[in-house]
Design a protein around this ligand. Structure first.
Ligand code: ZN
Length: 300
């Protein structure tokens, strides 16, 4: 990490540390951070820059447009005990290659939870099994970008494998920031009906269908939600969380996990923490969400 970058984010790193130190935590666990091959990440950034249709056509300046070493260095300075490398294919024939990269990234990156991904295609069952055997601890499925039905029959044995292995899958299945052909609670509800023990982590708290996804979590004990981008000023403008649902969020406090979308966020990282604090659900809730729930899930 260069001195320049260190200085640029110095105050923010202090603010982040102050947040978890005040709570008496040993650090943070963030289940939703993006790391992928540089070439792929640059394409994602170019997509946000061009306001591609899946961004909802909203101005989306990337805050942490740094090289990989600087980005991982920054997460260490924030005091993240663990984080993920969410990566995902937008077409067939790509997931296995991404999984190979992610295994290497996890090996060379302290704190990174070995992440893998999938796509409904021939061979998916075999490469998901292989990733589990190689030690993958979390999967990412992107129903919006991948434009597939999570209840596709090619994925049926895969959800069975993951449920049996107890390996969680973070799924972008809500219809934010823009709906996809198979987003929303209905398709994923069909998956859960067949695989009720699947450790599904609903990304972005299911934004904007928050209440429907809260209902799935209430129905299925292994369903969790990540906070990624929820409650931020940015998201509240486009997809506000309904205040009447706050008590349900409080009750699910042992199944809500901190997620941020670092580095692809249009505001500083610490903002995600401050907006959780301003929900006013109490320090016990914050401790569970920002560290303890994920530490338990991943056996940290
Ligand atoms: Zn994300």
């Amino acid at each position: 990490m260069t001195a320049d970058t260190g200085e640029a984010y110095g105050t923010e790193a202090e603010d982040v540390r102050r947040f978890w130190e005040r709570l008496g935590l040993p650090g943070l666990v963030d289940v939703h951070t993006h790391f992928m091959p540089e070439r792929v990440l640059h394409k994602v950034w170019a997509y946000f820059d061009a306001l591609g249709p899946l961004t909802g056509g909203v101005e989306w300046p990337i805050t942490y447009r740094e090289d990989e070493e600087q980005r991982t260095g920054l997460l260490r300075r924030f005091g993240l005990r663990a984080f993920s490398a969410m990566l995902y294919p937008h077409k067939p024939g790509m997931a296995q290659w991404l999984n190979g990269w992610a295994a290497g990234f996890a090996l060379r990156t302290p704190g990174c939870l070995h992440t893998a991904t999938l796509f409904p295609e021939d061979g998916v069952e075999a490469y998901v099994q292989e990733a589990i055997v190689r030690g993958a601890r979390v999967f990412k499925a992107h129903v919006q970008v991948g434009a597939y039905d999570p209840a596709d029959e090619l994925l049926d044995p895969v959800w069975g494998l993951l449920a049996e292995a107890g390996v969680p899958v973070v799924m972008h299945c809500g219809s934010g920031p823009a709906p996809g052909k198979h987003t929303g609670p209905e398709p994923v509800g069909r998956v859960l009906a067949r695989h009720p023990r699947l450790r599904l982590i609903v990304a972005h708290l299911g934004m904007p269908e928050y209440e429907d996804f809260l209902a799935l979590a209430e129905q299925y004990a292994e369903v969790r939600l990540d906070t990624t981008m929820a409650f931020t000023d940015f998201s509240e403008r486009h997809a506000p969380f309904p205040p009447r649902a706050l008590p349900r969020l409080a009750d699910l406090g042992d199944r809500v996990l901190l997620g941020s979308d670092f580095p692809n966020i249009p505001y500083p990282y610490v903002h995600q923490l401050h907006v959780l604090e301003r929900l006013d659900l109490g320090d016990d809730w914050l401790r569970a969400v920002c560290h303890d729930n994920a530490a338990r899930l991943f056996g940290l």
